[in-house]
Design a protein around this ligand. Structure first.
Ligand code: DAT
Ligand code: MG
Length: 151
């Protein structure tokens, strides 16, 4: 069964360009509920750990430098079929290939500085949300704690 939660990051470029409000507005307009939210800055070790899966890719160093270059907004979002729906909302990794009206088409500067992250599976949504949020920082629609994300 598909889970109802995904994890997102508004990346340093989009924060720096003043797009936090517009992007959160697009996310809300697409029917996602914010279950957790914070404004943070990653250090190098944290960024290396978060993107460990890309360790062998040629852009890994550039990616870590970029993701530590300024503050980011991290959030857990709820909607039916959240992971897939959110990947559609953000568009392709390369903004030149992203469909019109997607968040990356609107706010990304380049494939590296592409404005926003979205989890690619229910398992990764859970792992990534847990990287930034503790159990008492993720809320269900009644305001209670989410006990088991995407269980
Ligand atoms: P996505 O973020 O769409 O899931 P990904 O997981 O393949 O894409 O890559 C993670 C991030 O790494 C991506 O959002 C931006 C950066 N990246 C990917 N491919 C790149 C490339 N060819 N050059 C520079 N940065 C790249
Ligand atoms: Mg990815």
């Amino acid at each position: 069964m598909k889970g109802n939660y995904t994890f997102t990051i508004i990346k340093p470029c989009a924060v720096q360009s003043g797009h936090i409000g517009a992007i959160l507005g697009d996310i809300a307009d697409a029917g996602f509920r914010v279950a957790a939210l914070k404004f943070v800055r990653l250090n190098k070790k944290e960024a290396q750990e978060f993107y460990k899966i890309h360790e062998e890719r040629p852009f890994y160093g550039e990616l870590v430098d970029f993701m530590t270059s300024g503050p980011i907004v991290v959030a857990v979002l709820e909607k039916e079929g959240a992971v897939e729906g959110f990947r559609s909302l953000i568009g392709s990794t390369n903004p030149k290939e992203a469909a019109p009206d997607t968040i990356r088409a609107k706010y990304a500067e380049s494939i590296g500085r592409n404005a926003i992250h979205g989890s690619d599976s229910d398992d990764n949504a859970k792992i990534e949300a847990s990287f930034f949020f503790s159990r008492n920082e993720i809320f269900n629609s009644e305001g209670g704690f989410v006990e088991n994300l995407n269980a």
